[in-house]
Design a protein around this ligand. Structure first.
Ligand SMILES: C[S@@+](CC[C@H](N)C(=O)[O-])C[C@H]1O[C@@H](n2cnc3c(N)ncnc32)[C@H](O)[C@@H]1O
Length: 337
């Protein structure tokens, strides 16, 4: 497995992001070895309901989900940003129990996350054929399997990662990744829903992105430490405050790193320094929280008309299924809780 983005590629992205009037860095930069480990700790936090809710849905409905995805005996699963693959393992296990032949293609920009997933699956589900790919899914198409004769395909984008993208970007990622899919193949999206869909409060969102233990703050600041390690930057991470805001107008959570003081940061790799005013922020992540109709529209745009969805009883999180068809969109059928 090779790394996905070269050091010079990262350097140029950072130059562009820190040269903007409103400084911003792409969220995939979080995921070096330390960042992937910190994200795993986030998924175990009580406050980070996203993983817990999605896992509950997958555990409770794995039989129905697998049956809806794969009526045939062979299943090829492609997962964007698979991370440690712990949640997806529930679906893979259920598929194996139904005596299906399962091939799993996890894609991730983080080499460390992929190695973690591969080791875990080799131990827990050795019958699954795992074909990992370290890649940036915004730039490249997944490798085609050696053979796909008769196999039903599924594209998974879980953990509400689609929320990190503007709608048009998310659609472009999904279309590129599913370019070789045929009628009957499916798309499964795990989505953290807009608070208006259920009982979620603004405070639940804020706590999920700014937990009391400070793990998310460490995850956010690790981005600066990564730039110190990889690009010879001299960020003093403690001089940047972690901030998580709910942007009501845009319907998204935002994470920022806010400079506590006026300071200049030098990046040796770029031979350039960047000035931060006191209170100036680097926008490090957006997490859109779509409504159910917005997810259905996204499925449609991606070429997988909505079929069904499974949600937790409080409607905080949903797992949505769309199916590619040669005829116009299927009617929305049901919403299961
Ligand atoms: C929020 S985590 C979700 C992990 C896992 N799917 C889950 O639900 O727990 C996002 C994952 O996507 C990966 N990732 C983020 N941007 C990516 C990109 N552009 N290309 C490939 N992987 C990416 C990260 O390395 C990380 O493992």
């Amino acid at each position: 497995m090779k790394t996905a983005v070269s050091q010079s590629g990262i350097a140029e992205l950072v130059r562009a992001g820190l040269s903007r009037k409103a400084k911003a860095l792409p969220p995939w930069l979080f995921y070096d070895a330390a960042g992937s480990e910190l994200f795993e700790r986030i998924t175990q936090l009580e406050a980070y309901y996203l993983t817990r809710k999605e896992r509950q849905i997958l555990l409770q409905h794995s039989g129905a989900i697998v049956d809806a995805c794969v009526p045939e005996t062979q299943w090829q699963v492609f997962e964007l940003g698979a991370g440690s693959a712990r949640k997806t393992a529930h679906l893979l296990r259920t598929a194996l129990e139904r005596q299906r032949c399962v091939e799993y293609h996890p894609l991730d920009i983080s080499l460390d996350a992929m190695q973690n997933a591969v080791e875990y699956l080799a131990q827990e589900l050795p019958a699954v054929k795992v074909c990992p790919e370290v890649t940036d899914y915004t730039q490249t198409q997944p490798r085609l399997p050696a053979s796909d004769a008769g196999a039903r395909k599924a594209l998974l984008w879980m953990g509400s990662s689609l929320g990190n993208y503007e709608e048009a970007e998310a659609v472009a990622v999904l279309r590129r990744a599913s370019a070789h899919f045929r009628a009957g193949d499916v798309l499964l999206l795990g989505v953290d829903l807009h608070p208006s869909e259920g009982s979620k409060q603004k405070q639940d969102l804020i706590l999920a992105y700014d937990d009391a233990e400070g793990v998310t703050a460490a995850f956010n600041r690790n981005l600066l430490l990564r730039l110190n390690r990889e690009l010879g930057a001299d960020f003093r991470a403690d001089q940047f405050e972690h901030r998580a805001d709910w942007n009501e107008a845009a319907g998204r959570m935002e994470m920022h790193l806010v400079s506590r003081i006026r300071q200049r940061v030098y990046l040796a790799e770029l031979e350039e320094s960047f000035l931060f005013q006191a209170g100036e922020s680097i926008h490090t992540e957006s997490s859109y929280k779509p409504t159910v109709p917005q997810v259905q529209e996204l499925l449609q745009q991606a070429g997988f008309p909505f079929v069904t969805a499974w949600m937790d009883p409080q409607r905080w999180f949903g797992v949505f299924l769309g199916r590619r068809c040669s005829r116009p969109a299927d009617d929305p059928t049901s919403m299961q809780q």
